[in-house]
Design a protein around this ligand. Structure first.
Ligand code: BTN
Length: 259
């Protein structure tokens, strides 16, 4: 076993959190951590339970896309039982926790491309997927899935090599997956507790966005919008200014940056 290899004990040992990551389910290889986390949530697993994989064979991305998670990448899902008001903030929370932990562990500065892609030097290094079950205004559970390209040679993956990067490619050396995982869990909890204490994380998330002020194309469902990304609302939606002066509020979508 490599010194920094992931195991439940190596992750939880003296982890300075109250509940996030206090229970870890580790699979060396599985289809998707989202599925296992959902099953656990339906069985009533404790809030903060983490499902983590060494490698995923059926990783899922946003918009029903495939997410590549070979060995060397980070793939985890965290179980939450938030009240409905905090649900939109989970997207902001996850991307901010990733930005903070990448900086803490590697010194690399990263930015968020709305709504929640994390970029280093303009290329995607991490994706986030939030899936929830909401019934009668009550959140049965929410699963936060985080996938990051950590120790990967992106040129080995031609499908994504023009738009993605990895932390090891940026630094020209491997980094500790274990340190990054532990730091991420601590940051997720810090931000979640801040939210519950009534503090806003919106401003820090807004300030970390690379999207604002840029000309963008946004695919949202079957509609494509073009305009300038003017700002983001407190609920996380994007406010897009069109050339005729009108404004569209986009709740979910995929952004391509221009210029
Ligand atoms: C995206 O950018 O499209 C989101 C990617 C989310 C990937 C993570 S990896 C851990 C978790 N398990 C999955 O199958 N997907 C998420």
């Amino acid at each position: 076993m490599r010194e920094d290899s992931l195991s439940p004990a190596s992750i939880t040992n003296n982890l300075e959190t109250r509940f996030i990551g206090q229970r870890v389910i580790y699979h060396p290889r599985l289809a998707s951590t989202m599925e296992v986390a959902k099953r656990e949530a339906r069985l009533g697993a404790a809030e903060g339970t983490v499902v983590i994989a060494g490698e995923q064979t059926g990783g899922r991305g946003r918009m029903r896309r495939v997410w590549l998670s070979p060995e060397g990448s980070l793939a985890l899902s965290i179980i939450f039982y938030p009240s409905l008001v905090y649900l939109p903030s989970l997207i902001m929370l996850a991307s901010l926790a990733v930005v903070r932990s990448i900086e803490a562990v590697t010194d690399l500065r990263s930015q968020v491309k709305w709504p929640n892609d994390v970029l280093v030097n303009g290329k995607k290094v991490c994706g986030i997927l939030i899936e929830s079950d909401v019934r009668r205004e009550k959140v049965a559970y929410a699963i936060m899935g985080i996938g990051a390209n950590v120790n990967l040679r992106i040129s080995d993956f031609p499908d994504i090599s023009s738009s993605a990067t990895s932390l090891s490619d940026e630094l020209a050396k491997d980094i500790s997956l274990l340190s990054l995982t532990r730091c991420l869990l601590i940051e997720v909890e810090r931000l979640y507790l801040a939210l519950q204490a009534g503090r806003s994380i919106y401003e820090e998330w807004r300030d970390s966005l690379v999207t604002l002020g840029r000309k963008v194309r946004v695919n949202s469902g079957n509609i494509t919008y073009k305009g300038v990304a003017e700002s983001v609302a407190r609920d996380g939606s994007l406010l897009l200014r069109h050339s005729d002066g009108s404004l569209t509020k986009v709740i979910a979508g995929d952004v391509t940056l221009h210029d």
